[in-house]
Design a protein around this ligand. Sequence first.
Ligand code: NAD
Length: 443
Amino acid sequence: MASPPPSPTVAPADGRLGILCVGLGAVTTTLIAGVELAKRGEGELVGSLAEMGTIRLGKRTDDNVPRIRDFVPLADLDQIVFGAWDPYPDDAYTAASRAGVLDQARHLEGIADALRAIQPMPAAFDPAYVKRLEGTNVMASVDKRAMLDQIRADIATFRDENLCDRVVMIWCASTEVYIEPGPAHADLDAFEAAIDANDPAIAPSMLYAYAALQEGIPFANGAPNLAVDTPVLRTYADQQGVPICGKDFKTGQTMIKTVLGPMLKARMLGLNGWYSTNILGNRDGEVLDDPENFKTKEQSKLGVLEDVLEPDRFPALYGDVYHKVRINYYPPRGDNKEGWDNIDLFGWLGYPMQLKVDFLCRDSILAAPLALDLCLFLDLAQRAGLGGIQEWLSFYFKSPQVAPGLYPEHDLFIQLTKLKNTLRWLQGEDPITHLGMDYYLSD
Ligand SMILES: NC(=O)c1ccc[n+]([C@@H]2O[C@H](COP(=O)([O-])OP(=O)(O)OC[C@H]3O[C@@H](n4cnc5c(N)ncnc54)[C@H](O)[C@@H]3O)[C@@H](O)[C@H]2O)c1
């Protein structure tokens, strides 16, 4: 087995880190409010591995388990400054109030001034890609070259005005309509020509991602639309040495699927069907109510089980699985999603069983910590000189971006092991393989 490459030198996390969020909706405002409250000692960043997690070093008997934040150099919360684009003109306070995720009196009033200070920049927005929204805070033109140039100008202004030493960008905007990677995304010449021709294959998310890479800024994609997941931008990120990752935050039902799916397979239990349905009443749910936007999400949610279960390798167990995913827009629930799973499985000699899951979750409460971790870890990757796809961040995504020819690893705990081994490698520590023979074999 090849030994790992030498550990890189990681530059310190000195100076200010700008986090540019595309979209100032439920997830972004919940992220910003949480960080602001935590900075004041008024909130715990529950759900953030970077902030609350630990990492074992060495043997189990060594009792050496530092906090991740103390082990790798991450930007301090005090050093973070936020900016955003959104087609709605609401500042972060108004947008957070409207999203209705956080309790107004308990979590918004005390930080109202800090939130009001975050005004969204006019968005590179084209309603052809997000059917249900009609924003007024948009760039002057939907000409793609003009939007690209304006995003780059906005980044430069944000960086200068906020005295940022480093910047990362994260897509927390609405899910765009479904687009297949095609000739326009093959290489830079084709991509540039498609921008000039206002080719519909170039979505606004791709312009944000391209602008970020041109400016040397890492890019994470929290939604299922392609954005940076095209051959051209993957290659460009490699060439520029800029870290990228995506797609689609793995928060609720799919997180559960990537725990229960591997569980069934680990025990060689069979599966006849998996029916997943959701009710969701926030703006995300409204956008996903449109069939073209839902198709993008559906692809991201459906692929997971097939990759996990490998029906070709285990036809007797998984050769005939009926998998259905539904999202129903239901305004009374707001951001409080309810996700039901009905799982029809079978065991010894084919005897059927059922498993039901009813997850009454809070979408943005689950997504905000992932967004924070991704920004902190992408910044770490950049300081470690890691460019291109950061597969070790698969832990956070429904459709993890991987190198061409690789299948994505979906199992949440394999993803976690990979993430922690990457952190160990970055700091020159041995990976943990869980072999553990040294506890039992004497010399
Ligand atoms: N648990 C979760 O919350 C979760 C999980 C996985 C993925 N996501 C994805 O994260 C994204 C954000 O979710 P949300 O709940 O915050 O949605 P939201 O609708 O509250 O916010 C999205 C914001 O993006 C803005 N927007 C749309 N197009 C834009 C553009 N071109 N440029 C700038 N802004 C734009 C919208 O106006 C809106 O304010 C969605 O795509 C969602 O599918 C969320």
